[in-house]
Design a protein around this ligand. Sequence first.
Ligand code: NZQ
Ligand code: ZN
Length: 385
Amino acid sequence: MKEFEYYNPVRIFFGRDQVSKISQMIPSGSKVILLYGGGSIKKNGVYDRIMEALTGYDVTEFGGIEPNPLYETSMKAVEIINSKGIGFILAAGGGSVIDAAKFIAAASLYEGSDPWDILSGSVPVKAAIPLGAILTLPATGTEMNKNSVISRKSTTEKLAFASPFVYPVFSILLPDAAGTLPPAQVANGVVDAFVHVIEQYLTYPANSPVQDRFAEAILLTLIEEGPKVYRNPSDYEAMSNLMWSATMALNGLLSCGVPGDWSVHTIGHELTALHGIDHARTLAIVLPGVWKKLRAEKSAKLLQYGERVWKITEGSEDQRIDATIESTVSFFESLGIKTRLSDYGVGSETIDLIAGRFEKRRWLSLGDRGLVTPELTRQILEVQK
Ligand code: NZQ
Ligand code: ZN
C-alpha cells in the first residue's frame, strides 16, 4: 500500500424522513440560497419538504441549474449571493446541482479576477461558503466528496476541480425521492458508480486487499441491485442499496493507498463537452477502449476482477480477459447503455479534436501509470468507433 491521508468531514443523513435535519445543521437565522435544477424536486415533493424544514430562515431560490452545470449559470448565482450577503448554500437534486453549488461556494469568495481559473488554471481554492446537499439521484458521489465538474458553454469545455473547502457540511440522501427517476437516469447512475470503482480498483496490484474487497463488494452490489432499480425505480430497498453504493464508490475510501486511473473520466468529459452525451454513457464508451489498449498493463487486475466479480475461471488468460470485458459491456448494454461512438453519431473528427486538445493542454500522460498519451487516447477512441 502507498502512504495516504484520509479525511472526510461530511455528515450523512440517510433515509426518507431525514429532511427535517436541515434545521439542526444550518445556523438559525442564516440567509440561505436554495439551488435546484429543472424542477424535478417540485414534481416529487422534495421542494415542499425542504421549504417546510426551512421555516424561519431567510430563503432565496435559484432554480434552472442544468445537467452538466454551466459556469455561465453558476456565475448568476454568485452575483445573487454576493449582493444579498447569503451565508449558506443548500443544493437539492442530482450531481449537477451539487457540483454547481460547490463551484458557486468557491467562486463567491474568489479573490482573483475570474473564478474560471479555479477550473482551467487549477488555482487553489482558499475559502468557500458552507454548503449542504439533498441528494435525489444516486450516481456521482459528489454528496460525500470534494470534487466538482463544471462546463463552459462559450468554449465547450468541461473541467473539474477539487478542494477540501467544498466538502458539504452535511448531505441528506433520499432514496424515496430517487423513486421518480426515469430508468435511463437510474442506468446512468449504476454505470457512473461502477466506473468510479473501476478507476480506483482496476489499475495494477498494490497489495491492498481491503480496498480491493471493498471495491468488489460495491461492484457486486451494483450488478445485483442495479437491474432491480432499473426495472422499478420506486423499489425503496433496492434504491437504498444503489444510493449507498454510489456514495461509497467515490467518497475517498477506495482510493486510500492505491493508484488511481481516471483516464476514462478525463476522456469521457470531452465527449460530453463536445456532444452533450450523458456523463455515464461517455464512460461506457471509453472504458472498454482503455481495457483493450492497456490489456497487458492491466492484466493482473482484469483477471482478478473477472474471477471475483464475474466468476470467470475457465480458459487461458487471454480468453478470461476477453470474457471479462464482454461481461462488463453486456452489463452496461443490459441497462440500455450503448458502448460505441457510432451509437451516438460521433465520428473521427471528434477523435482528432480530443487528441489535439490534450496535446495543447499538455495532458500527455494520463492514467494510473501515465501511459495514456494523446496518441493512445486517439487509439482508445478509434477502437470504440
Ligand atoms: O434538473 P432536474 O429537474 O432536477 O432533473 C434532473 C436532471 O434532468 C433529473 N433528476 C434528478 N433527480 C431526480 C431527477 N428526475 C426525476 N426524479 C429525481 N429524483 O436527472 C437529470 C440528471 O441530473 P444530473 O444531476 O445531471 O445527474 P448526475 O447526478 O448523474 O450528475 C451528473 C454530473 O455530475 C458530474 C458529471 O460530470 C455531470 O456533470 N460528476 C461529478 C462528480 C463529482 N463531483 O465527484 C463525479 C462524476 O464522475 C461526474 O463527473
Ligand atoms: Zn463519473
